[in-house]
Write a protein that binds this ligand. Structure first.
Ligand code: ATP
Length: 334
């Protein structure tokens, strides 16, 4: 994908995939004809009183992707999500979901979208199944769907336990189960791992991956943690002070992020010969430890296998990356 560097009115740089050919036609239409696009936001501004909170936001989210919306606290993530979900009123012809203009097709769009924004609203004196039953009755959904959804989120065994005694991770999974009940194509989650312990974070991560890979869902999730986004997202949009600084695939972000691998082996000499032969650029950090550019998880796994195949033992492989602040500087200075 081609990225286009643009300077906005404040002189700040932003990196976008080149979709300028699409932008001119949007304002005249109620539909957005890209078949693989599940969310399109174009030139969206939003104000709270006199304060401009979102400034010319553009977003493109492809079907069956996990799109990470990354930004520090106060960047405008929740405001954007609330607009996507019709909780804040969007200007006309700026927000399209499923190719349809949000304001004109609100009910249809929201019936195809599940969400979890802030804490899940749960009846604490009821079980997971009872919580879902209430929603199923309200939405006219068959009861059989409840067991299916509980199975997906891994709460089938929660049995007669009341939701009030659930761990934070279980409550979060119940919140996701509620979002999944109407079988939405798109799931929008605002900071879904906040407040979870490392085990809970891994469970939610695995659940989201399975929703994409096994159930064909598209997931849009926000986070202020680069490390969280890069573990599961296929695509990423970075927002800072209401402006989109970057949008593209995870691979494109990794290139900007200047991520490195530090590989420690059992033999300085053998490893050096191995890298020299393959013309891999590396720096020797210390005895037996090499620093090289990170390409992808798959490439790392291939490298490890190949080193072993060549008689080199691996003591450790460490991914060294920038903080979100350093990444911002890289993007802005690009
Ligand atoms: P966080 O991770 O801290 O929730 P965020 O990226 O989700 O951050 P938003 O909640 O969208 O950011 O807030 C963006 C900006 O809008 C912040 O400066 C915030 O103070 C402001 N803001 C949010 N809600 C309101 C409101 N109801 N009235 C006025 N300003 C608001």
């Amino acid at each position: 994908m081609i990225n286009v560097q643009k300077k906005d009115s404040s002189g700040q740089s932003a990196v976008f995939p080149d979709r300028t050919h699409l932008e001119g036609s949007i304002s005249k239409k109620d539909t957005f004809p890209e078949t693989n696009r599940i969310i399109t936001v174009t030139d969206l501004d939003y104000y709270y009183g006199d304060f401009k909170i979102l400034d010319n936001i553009k977003l493109n989210v492809n079907t069956n992707s996990i799109f990470g919306f990354l930004g520090p606290n106060g960047a405008g993530k929740t405001t954007t999500i609330k607009i996507l979900l019709g909780l804040l009123s969007a200007p006309h012809n700026k927000v399209y979901l499923f190719g349809k203009e949000l304001r004109k097709n609100r009910i249809e769009i929201l019936s195809r979208t599940g969400s979890l924004v802030e804490n899940p609203s749960i009846y604490h004196h009821l079980t997971a199944s009872e919580n879902l039953k209430i929603l199923a009755v309200m939405l006219g959904i068959k009861r059989t769907k409840i067991d299916e959804v509980l199975e997906i989120v891994g709460l089938s065994n929660a049995g007669s336990k009341k939701a009030g005694s659930f761990s934070t991770g279980m409550k979060q999974r119940l919140g996701i189960a509620k979002a999944l009940l109407p079988d939405p194509e798109l799931i929008i989650l605002d900071e879904p791992t906040t407040g979870l312990d490392p085990g809970g974070i891994i469970e939610i991560r695995e659940l989201l991956l399975s929703l994409k890979n096994d159930h064909g869902k598209t997931i849009f999730l926000s986070s202020h943690l680069l490390s969280e986004i890069e573990k599961i997202c296929t695509d990423v949009g970075i927002i800072n002070k209401g402006k989109i600084l970057f949008q593209g695939s995870m691979e494109e972000l990794n290139k900007l992020n200047n991520t490195h691998l530090q590989v420690k082996t059992n033999s300085m000499e053998k490893t050096r010969i191995y890298f020299d032969k393959r013309k891999t650029g590396y720096i020797t950090i210390s005895q037996n430890t090499f620093d090289l550019p990170y390409r992808s998880d798959q490439a790392t796994s291939g490298l490890v296998k190949d080193l072993v195949k060549n008689g080199i033992d691996i003591y450790s492989v460490e991914k060294k990356e920038n903080t979100l602040e350093e990444l911002f500087i890289n993007i802005i200075e690009r």
